[in-house]
Design a protein around this ligand. Structure first.
Ligand code: NAD
Length: 285
């Protein structure tokens, strides 16, 4: 699969486009917001420049060459020659739903449609198309170019061939995968979102500061990041939307989003991407 479409140029789409373009694929990166595409171009060039520091074993790549393999566009019709599309738009049903009718119309027959979602069932998204056997869950971890493994989700109708083609595509850019069945939040986020949400309740109750919550996970458990830092990395809006999907789909009160999370999203404190969340990132932006 040579030509890869990436829809959504936010936190995840930017990383996914960098990954495939660095691996030599021709990429079409689509967003409805032109400024998101400009930001993505800068982020990808910066990501490629920093790669030798973060992954010294990886071959050095020229940022201009990598961005040169990406067509940045607001026109979804440019996906008409894609062999595989990875969709990474906002975690809202009303945003994803209409997009899949368009992808179904535009993408060539046999193209693999990879759904990057934090929590939405793949079977439900696949049902928006006339080709559910070609739809597979593609839960990339953030930042996509750096994380070694992808959670791949098999929807009810996903064919073995689709899973295998996607697995081979990932292997070609150095990624492993773990294939799981379909469930809201899959394996990773059914567990992780509970932890992140509970950490917010602890902060709201005044049991510990954000810094101390995170230090406990890093220094006692040896985690690379604490749960509130993780929420900031994901984006607090995306965490909120994911908890809403889990709460509605599983009918489990344990997934009710912490009110502090709602307040922070309303206040525009979205974590790293806005410069401030549970921690401040102004100086690292
Ligand atoms: N942030 C994470 O750590 C993370 C990790 C794994 C999966 N995900 C999932 O990936 C998806 C994207 O998350 P994100 O964090 O990148 O979100 P984001 O808010 O950073 O970016 C979403 C992008 O989608 C664009 N968009 C919205 N509607 C569109 C449309 N119809 N066509 C094209 N572009 C459109 C927006 O303009 C925005 O640039 C979500 O479903 C999320 O749950 C996120």
């Amino acid at each position: 699969m040579k030509r890869i479409g990436v829809v959504g140029a936010g936190t995840m789409g930017t990383g996914v486009a960098q990954l495939f373009a660095s691996g030599g694929h021709e990429v079409v990166l689509v967003d409805v917001v032109a400024s998101a595409l400009d930001r993505a171009r800068e982020e990808i060039a910066r990501g490629v420049r920093l790669m030798p520091l973060l992954r010294p074993a990886e071959p050095r790549r020229d940022p201009g060459e990598v961005t040169g393999r990406i067509r940045f566009t607001t026109d979804l019709e440019e996906l008409r020659a894609a062999d595989c599309v990875v969709e990474n738009v906002t975690e809202k049903w009303e945003v994803k739903r209409p997009l899949y009718a368009d992808l179904d119309r535009i993408c060539p027959p046999g193209a693999v449609l990879g759904v990057n979602t934090s929590a939405m069932p793949i079977t439900r998204i696949a049902s928006l198309t006339g080709r559910p056997a070609d739809v597979v869950g593609a839960h990339f971890m953030n930042p996509a170019p750096l994380k070694p493994t992808v959670e791949v989700i098999r929807g009810f109708h996903t064919s073995d061939g689709t899973v295998e083609r996607f697995r081979a595509l990932l292997a070609g850019v150095g990624k492993g995968c773990v294939v799981v069945g379909d469930s809201p939040g899959f394996v990773t986020n059914r567990v992780m979102m509970l932890t992140v949400n509970e950490a917010m309740f602890l902060l709201r109750e005044g049991v510990a500061s954000a810094g101390d919550v995170d230090r406990l996970f890093k220094e006692c458990f040896g985690h690379a990041m604490g749960p509130l830092e993780t929420a900031d990395l994901i984006g607090l809006d995306t965490v909120l939307y994911s908890l809403e999907v889990l709460y509605d789909d599983l009918n489990e009160s344990k997934y009710r989003p912490c009110p502090l999370l709602r307040t922070m999203v309303d206040a525009g404190l979205l974590g790293r991407k806005s410069g401030r969340g549970f921690h401040s990132y102004e100086e690292v932006r």
